[in-house]
Design a protein around this ligand. Structure first.
Ligand SMILES: *[C@@H]1O[C@H](CO)[C@@H](O)[C@H](O)[C@H]1NC(C)=O
Ligand SMILES: *[C@@H]1O[C@H](CO)[C@@H](O)[C@H](O)[C@H]1NC(C)=O
Ligand SMILES: *[C@@H]1O[C@H](CO)[C@@H](O)[C@H](O)[C@H]1NC(C)=O
Length: 426
């Protein structure tokens, strides 16, 4: 690995730099002062792209889009979006493996197009003539459907966590995509929890190692020993409260169009006063140092996050914060029955054979560089890279205006040459 920490000129705001090293919520007033010299407030107001769904967004942005559905072994119907090869792409591009984008916790596939044309993963990769597929995990707005269960009535629908996403959602989606495209392998570009479930799939369903050519894990989350995000404290407390009483966790949290969304729109709705409030909350929790997410993108974000998952999944992450990167904790009795031991076992990553490129950010409060490095050391065939921009945070991997500078070129160069060199762009 190469860790290149060059300290260049002093960043624009010393205030933000100091604040970012605290784990508590950031005093909003200081953010407001600091942001006022960085942001052009003349362009504010809700974005026309805020309330559009994936299909509508692609149409708005001038891209084609197909909507597909894949059904998992346990009956969940997943919404999958595809941005097919453009007609202007040379014919040899049709030989390329499809790329699959997988989203993070409380997020959805919209993330990979949210910053708009020329600025987002899925548009950039589609522009480079890759066949883009965007998966949505069970429970989010596009995958809130089941062959027999009703998400509004049956609590059993919400009986899942990353375990099921890894061992059931990912395989169903990948098999579906391979069948439609008539290919043998996909390439994975994953963010946050999307990395977690993609890597876990390789561990829990080893036969899928052969179906993945290479994976890029941006802000890969596994153990959370060094994670600074204060929201994790809430998850951990929840995990403690609900340990062993699993039925109580079978419910939906943060549904799209629900209270969380209303709060997001209320807080980030979008006026001059709201921009600093909104990003201070977002960035204090997830990590930031400099405003790399432009007002233009910020104005679109509140219509798309948070997106729903199960309380059980939330609790599982709390357990991971508490016990390490482990299987779901069913309490001592349940664990004895399920795992033959009182404590939930750590995930066994030995079966993971896929070549994983792990990309970490120095200001990431969720996937801390140390945790990400720990994950890399457990993966047989991985390369680890810390983005050289010293202000790169968790959401910068999907929303920052600098992602086209630091991330996209590295992915494209690696796909083109087969060789990955950390922070090499051409
Ligand atoms: C759920 O999936 C079924 C089968 O594909 C479909 O007919 C139905 O319209 C879907 N319901 C929703 C709410 O998406
Ligand atoms: C929840 O899912 C687990 C794992 O699939 C299963 O063992 C358990 O019986 C389910 N619980 C309920 C109440 O359906
Ligand atoms: C959880 O739900 C299952 C299925 O509905 C039920 O059989 C079981 O007794 C419940 N467990 C508890 C602890 O309430």
């Amino acid at each position: 690995m190469s860790l290149d920490l060059q300290h260049k000129s002093t960043p624009p705001s010393l205030v933000l730099r100091q604040l970012s090293h605290q784990s508590s919520p950031v005093p909003i007033i200081q953010i407001m002062v600091a942001s006022s010299d960085l942001i052009d407030f003349t362009s504010l107001g809700p974005s026309p792209r805020r309330d559009l769904n994936f299909q509508e967004l692609t149409n708005f942005d001038g891209y084609r889009c197909e909507t597909h559905h894949a059904t998992t072994e346990d009956g969940y119907i997943l919404g999958i979006h595809r941005i097919p090869l453009s007609d202007s792409c040379p014919s040899e591009c049709a030989e390329r493996e499809p790329i699959v984008y997988t989203h993070g916790l409380l997020l959805c596939g919209d993330d990979c197009i949210l910053p708009g044309p020329g600025k987002s993963h899925c548009y950039n990769l589609a522009d480079a003539c890759y066949d883009m597929w965007v998966i949505n995990n069970r429970g989010n707005r596009y995958s809130r459907n089941h062959t027999t269960l009703n998400p509004d009535k049956d609590s059993e629908f919400w009986n899942f966590s990353i375990d099921e996403m890894a061992s059931l959602d990912m395989p169903a989606a990948i098999d579906y995509i391979l069948e439609v495209t008539n290919k043998k392998q996909v390439i994975i570009v994953a963010h946050s929890q999307g990395s977690t479930i993609s890597i876990l799939m390789c561990a829990k369903r080893p036969e899928y190692n052969d179906k993945i050519k290479i994976g890029f894990a941006m802000s890969p989350v596994s153990s959370l020993y060094d994670a600074k995000m204060f929201g994790l404290g809430i998850m951990k407390a929840l995990a403690k409260l609900l340990d062993g009483d699993n039925n109580k966790t079978h419910s939906e949290i943060f549904p799209h169009g629900g209270l969380g969304q209303a709060a997001a729109i209320g807080l980030c709705g979008f006026s001059e006063i709201q921009y600093p409030v909104c990003i201070s909350i977002l960035f204090a929790s997830l990590g930031y140092e400099k405003f790399q997410i432009t007002p233009d993108t910020m104005r679109a974000i509140p219509g798309h996050i948070p997106d729903g998952t199960s309380l059980k999944n939330f609790v599982h992450w709390g357990q991971i914060k508490k016990y390490g990167f482990c299987e779901f904790n069913h309490g001592p009795k349940g664990n004895l029955k399920k795992y033959n031991q009182e404590m939930p076992p750590q995930f066994n990553l030995n079966p993971v054979k896929v070549r994983w490129i792990l990309l970490a950010g120095l200001q990431d409060n969720v996937a801390d560089v140390k945790d990400a490095q720990r994950l890399a050391s457990q993966l047989e065939n991985s390369e680890f890279c810390v983005i050289e921009e010293e202000n790169f945070g968790h959401l910068d991997f999907v929303y920052a205006d600098t992602l086209t500078k630091y991330v996209t070129p590295q992915i494209l160069l690696t796909l083109k040459t087969g060789k990955f060199t950390c922070n090499k762009y051409q």
